[in-house]
Design a protein around this ligand. Structure first.
Ligand SMILES: NC(=O)c1ccc[n+]([C@@H]2O[C@H](COP(=O)([O-])OP(=O)(O)OC[C@H]3O[C@@H](n4cnc5c(N)ncnc54)[C@H](O)[C@@H]3O)[C@@H](O)[C@H]2O)c1
Ligand SMILES: N[C@H](CO)Cc1c[nH]c[nH+]1
Ligand SMILES: [Zn+2]
Length: 429
């Protein structure tokens, strides 16, 4: 794990290398992903079957093998232990409550001239949720993607998820049942994204694709954007931590590892003005690493993408973190809320020593599908608006058009659009 200081003579180079990593990776996988998308577009299910055999190691004999039987979802739900069922319901309820607060309303205004102006909010007809499943299954991501779509009122929700060795996770099936999902397809990676973007014989084309995934998934979403809407680029997980010397190093070490264990390409960065804290966290990261079930993945991620930066001041630390714009940002300082006004870019901000990032992954309520690779500078967390669009409502009265019609016709005339001008003028008294 890299540990460096902002006063090092080569700090600028080291920091820009850290920032550039995600972008370089996306460049490299683009070619592979472009080919996968082309094959799905031209061959549909036949290409899907080849990709599943290659990446998920099982043979799709018939098109119907691609579909999960909803009865298996119910069976899995019925078999849950009461503890697990309660945990799933607690997460569902908390996520639902949070997302219900996000629902924008349609509105209509009437003015004195009798004009009506407004905005009508409508859900998309069909949403496609990508639920990752290559290295681990993500029932929590199913809740995080399905619930905002349900709250938004989407009529048809489809799910794609990879099933390595044709094995499907029981909790994922149970979560799907809880969310009322009936259309789930066993395909992952760029193939799943292309299938939902363009449609195949079995998988319907959708209006919006949401959901997180590895670099192949994130790159595919970027490439199909425009032919279909997407939520954001939600790629390999990231954690940034801003901490001062009041932080407990054991907490920070395990929090850094919480994201490293997702993916070899995950990134974990601590920035602190305390050199002492930096040293102890680095030591503890290696101690904890050796105890993890997914040690190999986490070790690669920490060694290749983990970093601890020691700054002169906390202001400098915040400034560097804003440049990184991490997916998750923990602020573990004496008064974390004091720093909040200075934090500009992060997918989700976790404040205080009792707010570990994983509480947001499963239970807190806000969405865990978040922008990565610096895209938190312009993307927001997944939310109900990703499943909605707005139409403007305009109705002019006769008095209303007479009041503003001349000005409108003048602008149209000046643009040289005489049919526009006449369309308005013809209605004026
Ligand atoms: N940003 C977020 O909001 C968020 C949330 C949850 C998870 N995640 C991330 O989701 C990811 C899950 O990754 P995963 O791999 O476990 O599952 P995944 O479902 O994202 O990817 C598995 C699929 O990747 C494809 N693939 C694998 N190797 C390939 C190759 N060499 N060439 C082409 N395609 C290939 C295959 O189709 C495979 O089915 C992790 O990176 C995790 O950090 C991000
Ligand atoms: N931390 C992930 C988002 O980067 C979400 C997740 C799901 N399960 C565990 N973690
Ligand atoms: Zn996580």
């Amino acid at each position: 794990m890299l540990l460096f200081n902002t006063t090092d003579s080569d700090f600028k180079e080291k920091f820009s290398e850290l920032l550039g990593r995600g972008a370089m990776d996306i460049e490299q996988v683009s070619e592979i992903v472009k080919n996968i998308i082309k094959e799905i577009q031209s061959e549909g299910n036949e290409a899907l079957k080849r990709h599943i055999a290659k990446f998920d190691r099982w043979e799709v004999k018939e098109d119907s093998d691609l579909m999960v039987d909803p009865r298996d979802m119910k069976k899995a739900y019925d078999k849950l232990s009461s503890e697990l069922r309660d945990a799933l319901h607690l997460a569902y309820d908390r996520i639902r409550n949070y997302h219900e607060k996000q629902m924008p309303k349609s509105w209509i205004d009437f003015d004195k001239a009798g004009n009506t102006l407004g905005q009508k909010v409508t859900p998309v007809d069909r949403a496609g949720l990508y639920i990752p499943g290559g290295k681990a299954a993500y029932p929590s991501s199913l809740l995080m993607n399905a619930i905002p779509a349900i709250v938004a009122g989407v009529e048809e929700i489809i799910v794609t998820t990879p099933t390595p060795d044709n094995e499907i996770n029981e909790l994922l099936l149970a979560a799907a049942h809880l969310c009322g999902i009936t259309k789930m397809f066993k395909v992952g990676g760029a193939s799943a994204i292309a299938a939902m973007a363009y449609g195949t014989q079995t998988i319907p084309k959708v209006d919006v694709i949401t959901g997180p995934g590895n670099i192949f998934v994130a790159t595919a979403k970027k490439l199909v954007y425009g032919d279909v809407n997407i939520d954001m680029i939600a790629g390999p997980s990231e954690i940034g931590i801003l901490a001062d010397n009041t932080a407990i190093p054991e907490y920070l070490a395990i929090d850094l590892l919480s994201q490293a264990e997702h993916d070899e390409m995950a990134s974990s960065i601590l920035i602190t003005p305390s050199a002492e804290l930096a040293e102890s966290v680095r030591e503890l990261v290696y101690v904890e690493l050796a105890k993890l079930e997914r040690e190999m993945i986490a070790r690669k991620s920490i060694e290749e993408r983990g970093a601890i930066i020691v700054t002169e001041t906390m202001e400098e630390a915040v400034e560097l973190m804003n440049r990184i714009a991490p997916e998750h940002l923990e602020v573990v300082t004496a008064n974390p809320f004091d720093l909040l006004p200075h934090i500009k870019h992060a997918g989700a901000i976790f404040l205080g020593s009792f707010t570990p990032e994983p509480i947001g992954d499963y239970m807190a309520g806000p969405n865990h599908t978040l922008p990565t690779g610096g895209t938190a500078k312009f993307y927001s967390p997944l939310n109900v608006e990703n499943f909605l669009k707005k139409s403007s409502i305009i109705s002019m009265s006769e008095d209303g058009i007479n009041e503003i019609g001349e000005a409108c016709a003048l602008l149209a005339k000046t643009e040289g659009l005489t049919a526009h001008e006449k369309s308005v003028r013809i209605r004026l008294k």
